[in-house]
Design a protein around this ligand. Sequence first.
Ligand SMILES: Nc1ncnc2c1ncn2[C@@H]1O[C@H](COP(=O)(O)OP(=O)(O)O)[C@@H](O)[C@H]1O
Ligand SMILES: [Mg+2]
Length: 366
Amino acid sequence: MTENSDLLTLRSVSKSYGAVPVLHDVNLEIRDGEFLTVLGPSGSGKTTVLRLIGGLEPLSSGEIRLDGQNISRMPINRRPFNTVFQDYALFPHLTVAGNVGYGLSVRHVPRKEIARRVAEALELVQLASFAKRYPAQLSGGQRQRVALARALICRPRLILLDEPLAALDLELRRQMQEFLKSIQREIKTTFLFVTHDQEEAIGMSDRICVMQAGRIRQLGTPHELYYKPNCEFVARFFGENNLVPGKLGEVHGELRSIDTALGRLICSIAGQPHLKNAPDGAGAFAMFRPEALHVADVPEGKNHFSGRVVDIAFAGSSTVAIIAAGDGRTTRLRMRLASRFSGSALTASETVALSFAPREAHLVLS
Ligand SMILES: Nc1ncnc2c1ncn2[C@@H]1O[C@H](COP(=O)(O)OP(=O)(O)O)[C@@H](O)[C@H]1O
Ligand SMILES: [Mg+2]
């Protein structure tokens, strides 16, 4: 990704349907050339964001700017955007070439140029030999590629993709994820991609915007969201996690202590001034990923506690041990074991000494 200027800006955008508010004060900057994903559970307002940008719905308040110009009232057909929907929305009575060229033919582009650009777009989505087929003669993945070619051919500034892969089975979805990403890299067009699947978002995006109940909760790179979530919602939504509640203690440089049912834990606050500045005794969670938790090599030290193995769950590429730790063994933790072979080193109901490195643990305010 190149660090470019902002292409599109949403400023204090709100939307209500009748009296029901569905978006609250949404502020978002989309950079030219990036792959930005809007991620959130069903009903969080993702599609509404896309519909407002596309011009399918009016805003209730706020504004949308393109290259600094307010386009909030610009009609749909003048906005240089195209949308790819989950259900493809292809014309069944038109061939693949007819579908892909449709947007150009309604703009009265000369036929020769349409033919050239259709061939180019079909080449890009690897469907050059399918030009004469009808949508009914294609697989789901091929239809989605036709829909993408149709969106690309008008050379939009921004492509809006609303859960385009949700209808595909897992294997095909993986292939299409790689395919979409490689096309985006090749043509360098800005993609605004919507999904409710956090793994999909992590794998594809330059940045991710996490939404909950009509609000943006956090915007950042996949790495930032995974390791430095700014709230409990993002910490729980984004992959498997251990969150141990407690009260904040002292700051020591880039580390801060938190008193929990596992005892006093030390976590990193590097690059997170709001955690350094939070008052002593404030409620927070110590957060560490299952892969950060280890059987302790030495009997004591920082972030050291004991737990009982409740279960060992084989999950294909890795195995997860479920641990009951803390006073009365009420804190449930997940610990990633590297492979099923190391899984055999632990047995259910065994008591083990555990620890994690302070730099692999973070704090989240509660
Ligand atoms: N046309 C509409 N009229 C009334 N409510 C709507 C309409 N479209 C969406 N909503 C409501 O707005 C909220 C956000 O919907 P949506 O943007 O489709 O969420 P998502 O795409 O994240 O699943 C939901 O509560 C939904 O029921
Ligand atoms: Mg939706």
